[in-house]
Design a binder for this molecule. Structure first.
Ligand code: OOB
Length: 540
C-alpha cells in the first residue's frame, strides 16, 4: 500500500541560512536542466559521454534527455513524482536522469547491486511511481527484477526499460517543459544505512550543483578533463565529487567504465586518455598491484581519487610511485559534507589526512561523548552543517531526531581528529555499520535477515578488519538444533532479495553470547564484545 507521504519532498534550510548561501554565491538558482542546456549551447559538438563505442556530444545528450522527458510525461507522470533509477554505468545513464530533471521528476538512485527487498523499500519510502532499468547487464536481468518489484508495490505503475542511449529514443520532447524550482529537491540519494534500512536523502538543485561545481574547481577540471566513472554512477562519490556531474559542469568528458577491474579500467584509461578517476581503497590496492605489469598506457592519468573508506597511509604513500599520478583523498557522505586533500598539498598531508571541507561555509564540530568540543588533534564525534549538507532525511521522523541536532547539525557517526588547517583524519566509527570496500552495511539490517531463518535462535553482526575489503561482515549465530551449515544460511539470506555485498562473509556459530555486562545488554555493547573476543582469539 501507498502508506507514505506523496508530497514533493522538501529540504528545509532556515531562511537566514538559505539567504546567506545565496549571498555568498553558493546557490545560484540554477537547475540540472539549466546546466545541461547551457553546456549544449556553448559547445554542442564536444563529446560529453563515452561508453564502449558510443559517443554522445553535449547536443546529443540534451536531445536524448529531451526525448526521455517527453516519454516520461507521456505516461502521465507528473512533475514532483519520484522515479527509481537502477542503471549500471552505461551510455543511457545520463540521458535517463537528465530526462527526469527536465520533466521535473525526481530520480531515486538505486545501485545496480540492489535487489527485490531494497527496491521495494525505496519504492514505498519514496512513494515512487516508476522504475527505470536496463534490460540485461553482466548476465543479470534487471527488467525481470523490476517486474517482481512492481508486483509488490501497486503505486509503482511503470517499468521503463532504457535502451542503449536511454529511454524513449526518438520520442518528441514535451510541448512545454515544466518550470523547475532550483531550491526544491532534485533527487533522492540512498544512505548507507547506519541503523536499519537505508534512508532517502533529499538533495536540491541549488545545494548539489554547488557541491559539484566547487568540487570541479578544487580538482582543476576543465574542457580537457576526461573522468573515468569506475564506481557505480549512482553513488555520490562518482556522481558529484566531482564525478560525472562535475565533469559535465566543467565541459569535460565522462567515460563510463562498466566494471572497475584493472584490465577494463586500464584499457579505457589508455584508449580514452583519462585524466582523473575515483576509486575505493580496495580497488586502489588492486590497481597498484596490477599497474607494474600492465600493457596499457596509464600516462594520461593525473589524479587518482581514493575515498569511501579509510585509505591507509602506507598504501597512500605508494600511489605516485606505482601509478605515476597525484593522489587525492576524498572523505564524503551522501548526506552532504565532502573533504578533499588539495592537489598541491604537501605529500605529508595527502598521505596522512582525509582532506578538508569543500566550502568556507561548511561548519565542522568535533565533540566528546558529552557534546563538548575537543581540542584539535583529539579524536571526537564529527558533526557538520553547511550549504550542501541535508537538514533531514525524507519521511524519517525518528531517525531525524537522532541524526540531527536541534540547530541542524548532522551527526555523521564518524570519529575524526581535526588537524591544523582544518584537515580531518578519520579514526573510526561510533556506530555499528560495516564499511565493506566502501559499501556501508547496517549490522541491524543483516541481523534481521538472519533472524528470519528458522534454525537461527539469535544473531549478532559485526565488522572485522580485513586485508582486502577493509572490513568484512562477520555474523555470530546461535543456532537451533539441528545446526544449519554456514553456506545454507548465506544462501537463505541471499534469497531474501538483498544486495550481494550484504551477505555475511563469515558465519561463526556460538552456543551463547557470553557477555560481561549485567542485565539487558545493548546490541552495541554486545557487538563490541563479540568483535573484541574474536580478534583476541584470532591473534592468540
Ligand atoms: C561516501 O558516501 P557514503 O554515504 O557511502 O558513506 C559515508 C561514510 C562516511 O560517513 C564515512 O564513515 C565513510 O563513509 N567514508 C570514509 C571516507 N569516505 C567515506 N571513511 C574514511 N575515509 C574516507 N576517505 O562514501 C562518499 C561520498 C562522497 C565522496 C566520497 C565518499
Amino acid at each position: 500500500m501507498d502508506d507514505f507521504s506523496t508530497d514533493i519532498p522538501r529540504q528545509p534550510w532556515p531562511d537566514d541560512f538559505a539567504a546567506r548561501y545565496r549571498a555568498r554565491g553558493h546557490w545560484r538558482g540554477e537547475s540540472f536542466g539549466d546546466v545541461l542546456r547551457a553546456r549544449a549551447a556553448e559547445h554542442p559538438d564536444r563529446i560529453a559521454v563515452t561508453a564502449g563505442e558510443t559517443n554522445l556530444s553535449y547536443a546529443d545528450l540534451l536531445a536524448r534527455a529531451e526525448s526521455a522527458a517527453g516519454g516520461y510525461l507521456s505516461l502521465g507522470l507528473q512533475p514532483g513524482d519520484r522515479v527509481i533509477v537502477q542503471l549500471p554505468n552505461v551510455a543511457g545513464f545520463l540521458p535517463s536522469v537528465f530526462g527526469l530533471f527536465l520533466a521535473g521528476l525526481i530520480p531515486v538512485y538505486a545501485l545496480p547491486a540492489h535487489r527485490r527487498t531494497e527496491l521495494i523499500h525505496f519504492a514505498r519510502r519514496a512513494g515512487a511511481r516508476a522504475l527505470v532499468v536496463t534490460g540485461r547487464f553482466e548476465g543479470f536481468d534487471y527488467a525481470a527484477l523490476a517486474a517482481e518489484v512492481q508486483a509488490e508495490v501497486p503505486q509503482l505503475r511503470h517499468v521503463i526499460v532504457a535502451g542503449e542511449t536511454g529511454p524513449f529514443e526518438g520520442h518528441p520532447p514535451p510541448v512545454t517543459f515544466p518550470k523547475v524550482d532550483p531550491s526544491k529537491v532534485a533527487f533522492l540519494q540512498i544512505s548507507g544505512g547506519s541503523t536499519g534500512l537505508s534512508k532517502l536523502i533529499p538533495r536540491t538543485h541549488d545545494d548539489y550543483i554547488y557541491s559539484f561545481r566547487a568540487s570541479a574547481e578544487i580538482c582543476g577540471l576543465g574542457p580537457d578533463s576526461v573522468y573515468l566513472c569506475a564506481l557505480p554512477a549512482a553513488h555520490n562519490f562518482p556522481m558529484s565529487s566531482p564525478g560525472v556531474f562535475g565533469t559535465l559542469y566543467a565541459g569535460g568528458r565522462v567515460v563510463m567504465c562498466p566494471n572497475p577491474n584493472p584490465e577494463t579500467a586500464f584499457s579505457l584509461i589508455g584508449r580514452e586518455g583519462v585524466t582523473i578517476t575515483g576509486v575505493v581503497p580496495p580497488l586502489a590496492l588492486l590497481w597498484m598491484e596490477a599497474a607494474p605489469k600492465t600493457r596499457h598506457d596509464l600516462s594520461s592519468l593525473q589524479v587518482l581519487q581514493v575515498g569511501g573508506a579509510k585509505f591507509m597511509p602506507e598504501a597512500a604513500a605508494r600511489v605516485r610511485g606505482t601509478l605515476g599520478c597525484t593522489l587525492q583523498q576524498v572523505f564524503g557522505m551522501a548526506e552532504g559534507l565532502v573533504n578533499y586533500t588539495r592537489l598541491d598539498d604537501p605529500e605529508e598531508i595527502i598521505v596522512n589526512t582525509q582532506g578538508r571541507p569543500i566550502s568556507p561555509d561548511d561548519e565542522v564540530l568535533v565533540l566528546d561523548d558529552a557534546g563538548n568540543p575537543v581540542p584539535d588533534g583529539t579524536p571526537g564525534h564529527l558533526l557538520t552543517r553547511g550549504p550542501y549538507t541535508i537538514r533531514a532525511y525524507h519521511n524519517e521522523p525518528s531517525a531525524n531526531a537522532r541524526s540531527f541536532t536541534p540547530d541542524g547539525f548532522y551527526r555523521t557517526g564518524d570519529i575524526v581528529k581535526r588537524l591544523p588547517g582544518g584537515y580531518l583524519s578519520v579514526q573510526g566509527r561510533a556506530g555499528d555499520h560495516i564499511n565493506r570496500a566502501g559499501e556501508k552495511i547496517s549490522a541491524e539490517e543483516v541481523e534481521d535477515h538472519l533472524l528470519a531463518h528458522p534454525q537461527v535462535y539469535d544473531a549478532t553482526v559485526v565488522s572485522i578488519p580485513d586485508p582486502h575489503l577493509g572490513e568484512r561482515i562477520c555474523a555470530f549465530v546461535i543456532p537451533r538444533e539441528p545446526c544449519p551449515r554456514a553456506p545454507e544460511i548465506k544462501a537463505f539470506v541471499r534469497a531474501r532479495g538483498i544486495a550481494e555485498f550484504k551477505v555475511p562473509d563469515q558465519i561463526v556459530f556460538v552456543p551463547e553470547f557470553k557477555t560481561t555486562a549485567v542485565g539487558k545488554v545493548s546490541r552495541n555493547v554486545l557487538r563490541a564484545e563479540l568483535r573484541a573476543r574474536y580478534l583476541a582469539e584470532e591473534n592468540a
